[in-house]
Write a protein that binds this ligand. Structure first.
Ligand SMILES: Cc1cc2nc3c(=O)[nH]c(=O)nc-3n(C[C@H](O)[C@H](O)[C@H](O)COP(=O)(O)OP(=O)(O)OC[C@H]3O[C@@H](n4cnc5c(N)ncnc54)[C@H](O)[C@@H]3O)c2cc1C
Length: 497
C-alpha cells in the first residue's frame, strides 16, 4: 500500500504520530508538507514573524528526522485544496492520511479535500486528548462551564500511551518525482531571526518538557502565576505546532507528578486547552462573534491613540507595558500578563477584544485560534465561562501580587529598572526624589498613566451595565439565555483571577 502522510503544521513530529505509524506499517510512505501562501509569500510571513520562525525551524527538523529514517519530506508550494488531490492521483497513492483538523479553517480544508478524495482521505485524532465536540451535558448541549467540562473530561477520557517514532521508513518510491521546494529561511522571507523566540522542533520541545517535568511541575500550582519566575512549561507553541503531542505532555506529567498539586493544576490547564478547542469546534462563529449574545453590538470605542499606547507598551501602567513589550520582544506573554493586558485593553480602554485577539495572533509564537479566542473573550467578559464583566483587574495590585519585586517589569521596561519595588508598579506615586534617583522622568522617559484606574473602572461598569440591561430588554431570547447575563454584585471572586 502506498500512503501519503500529509503533515499540516499542527503535527510537526515523528513520535506519537499515528498517521505516520500506520502508513509505515502498511508499506510505502510519502511524507508531504504543503507550503501555503501564508508561508510561501514573504509579506504574509513577515506579518507573523515569531511563529513563522518557529514553524520553519520545526519543519527543518522534521525533514532531517525523516531523512535520518531513510525517507524525505516532500515540500510543495501551492494551495493544498487543489494540490493534495492532484498529487495523490499523480503519485498513485492508495490513501492520504493526516491528523484531523480541529479548527474552523482546517475543517473547511478537510471537507474540500475529502470531497475530492472520498474515502482515500483518512483522518486520525491527535490534536487534542479527546475528540472535540463529543462531551455533552445531560441536555445534550456543549458545555459552557469549564468545571463541568473538566469533570466530564476526567470521567470520559482514557489517555493511551504515546506511540514511539518509526525506526526506519522505506525510501521514497522511485516514480514519485516532484522537485521538493526548499524550506524557506527567515532570511529569504525577510524576517530577522529573533534569538529570543523559542527554538522550534521536536528536540527542543522534548527538552522543554523534560526540564519542566524535572524542575517546575511540583511548584506549578503557585509558580504558574508568578510573572517573575519561570514557573510554567513554555510548551504552548510546541502544543500548537505539534512538535510534542498533548498526549506526550499529559503522560509525562502524569508519570512524574500524578496526584500532586502541581500535576493536577497543570493537567487542568491542558483540559482548558481541550475546552477551548471543543468550544470552537461547536461554535466556529466565535471567531467573529461574542459567546454571550448580550455583548453583540457592545459600544467599543475606536481610540487610535489608546490602541497605539497599548500595543507599543506605553500606557504608563508598567505591568501592562511589560506584557506588550514581551509580546513584541519574544513572541510570548505570561498567562497572567495576557489576562491583565486583555482586561486593560477591553475594560480600561474600551477597545474591542477582537483587535487585541488579532494582534496576539500576529505576534504570539503560540498563536492559536481556539486558545486565543477563549482567552480574549474570557478577559473581556463576553466568553464561555468568562470572567464576569464587572471583574476588572487592577494592574497595580496584580503587579504587586504576582511580580512582588518588580523583576518582570524591570526586564521589559528598563527605563524603570532603578525604581524601588515599592513604586515599580505605580511610578506616578513615587516622590520626586525617588524618581530622580532612579533616572525616571515621568511624561518623558516613561509615560504617565493614559487613564486613571478608578475612573476607567467606573466608566466600563456604567457602559457595560447599560448595554447589558438594554440588550436584556431588547432580547427576544428564551428565558434561560437571559439568566446567563451577569447579575451578581461587583466584587465577586472568580475561579481564575
Ligand atoms: C488573552 C489571552 C490570549 C491567549 N492566547 C493564547 C494563544 O494564542 N495560544 C495559546 O496556546 N494559549 C493562549 N492563551 C492561554 C495561556 O495564556 C497560554 O497557553 C500560556 O500562557 C502558555 O504558556 P505555557 O505553555 O508556559 O503554559 P502552562 O501554564 O505551562 O500550561 C500548559 C499548557 O496548557 C495550555 N493552556 C494553559 N492555559 C490555558 C488557557 N487559559 N486556555 C487554553 N489552554 C491553556 C497551553 O497549551 C499551555 O502550553 C491565552 C490566554 C489569554 C488570557
Amino acid at each position: 500500500m502506498r500512503t501519503i502522510v500529509w503533515f499540516r503544521g499542527r503535527d510537526l513530529r515523528i513520535s506519537d504520530h499515528e498517521p505516520l505509524r500506520t502508513a509505515a506499517a502498511a508499506g510505502e510512505v510519502i511524507p508531504l508538507f504543503v507550503l501555503d501562501a501564508e508561508l510561501a509569500a514573504p509579506e504574509e510571513a513577515r506579518r507573523r514573524p515569531h511563529r513563522t520562525q518557529f514553524l520553519l525551524e520545526s519543519l527543518r527538523e522534521l525533514q532531517s528526522n525523516l531523512v535520518a529514517r531513510g525517507t524525505a519530506l516532500i515540500v510543495v508550494a501551492g494551495n493544498s485544496l487543489e494540490l493534495v488531490p492532484r498529487l495523490a492521483a499523480a503519485w498513485r497513492a492508495d490513501r492520504v492520511v493526516a491528523h484531523r483538523s480541529t479548527e474552523p479553517e482546517g475543517r473547511v480544508r478537510d471537507r474540500v479535500v475529502a470531497a475530492a478524495l472520498g474515502d482515500k482521505l483518512q483522518l486520525t485524532e491527535g490534536e487534542t486528548l479527546f475528540p472535540p465536540g463529543v462531551l455533552r451535558t445531560l441536555a445534550n448541549t456543549p458545555y459552557a462551564v469549564f468545571s463541568q467540562f473538566a469533570r466530564s473530561f476526567r470521567r470520559s477520557a482514557t489517555i493511551a500511551k504515546p506511540l514511539t517514532s518509526p525506526r526506519v521508513l522505506q525510501p521514497l518510491p522511485r516514480d514519485v518525482r516532484t522537485r521538493s521546494a526548499a524550506i524557506p529561511s527567515c532570511d529569504t522571507l525577510g524576517i530577522v531571526h529573533n534569538p529570543a523566540v523559542l527554538t522550534g522542533g521536536e528536540r527542543a520541545a522534548r527538552r522543554r518538557l523534560r526540564q519542566f517535568a524535572r524542575a517546575a511541575v511540583n511548584g506549578y500550582a503557585d509558580g504558574r502565576d508568578r510573572l517573575d519566575l519561570p514557573g510554567t512549561s513554555r510548551l504552548s507553541a510546541d502544543l500548537h505546532f505539534g512538535t510534542v503531542s498533548v498526549r506526550q505532555v499529559w503522560t509525562e506529567i502524569e508519570a512524574v507528578a500524578h496526584g500532586t498539586g502541581g500535576g493536577e493544576v497543570f493537567c487542568n490547564e491542558l483540559i482548558w486547552r481541550e475546552f477551548a478547542h471543543s468550544t470552537l469546534w461547536d461554535r466556529p462563529e466565535l471567531l467573529t462573534e461574542p459567546f454571550r449574545p448580550a455583548f453583540r453590538g457592545f459600544p467599543w470605542q475606536d481610540d487610535a491613540a489608546a490602541w497605539q499606547s497599548w500595543a507599543g507598551g506605553q500606557t504608563g501602567y508598567p505591568l501592562v507595558d511589560a506584557s506588550a513589550r514581551q509580546l513584541l520582544g519574544e513572541g510570548f506573554v505570561h498567562n497572567r500578563a495576557r489576562m491583565i493586558a486583555a482586561s486593560f485593553l477591553t475594560k480600561h480602554l474600551l477597545i474591542d477584544y477582537r483587535r487585541g485577539e488579532a494582534h496576539y495572533l500576529r505576534f504570539l509564537t503560540d498563536a492559536d485560534p481556539a486558545n486565543n479566542n477563549m482567552g480574549w473573550q474570557w478577559s473581556a467578559g463576553c466568553g464561555c465561562d468568562a470572567q464576569p464583566y464587572f471583574r476588572i483587574f487592577n494592574p497595580v495590585s496584580q503587579g504587586e501580587r504576582f511580580d512582588p519585586e518588580g523583576d518582570y517589569v524591570r526586564r521589559w521596561v528598563p527605563e524603570l529598572a532603578e525604581l524601588p519595588a515599592r513604586f515599580i508598579h505605580r511610578p506616578w506615586q513615587a516622590p520626586e526624589g525617588v524618581l530622580r534617583d532612579a533616572g525616571v522622568r515621568l511624561g518623558r522617559s516613561y509615560p504617565r498613566p493614559i487613564v486613571e484606574h478608578g475612573f476607567a473602572r467606573a466608566r466600563f461598569l456604567a457602559l457595560a451595565t447599560q448595554h447589558l440591561r438594554r440588550s436584556r430588554t431588547d432580547s427576544r431570547r428564551p428565558a434561560n439565555d437571559v439568566r446567563e447575563l451577569p447579575t451578581h454584585p461587583p466584587g465577586q471572586p472568580n475561579q481564575r483571577g
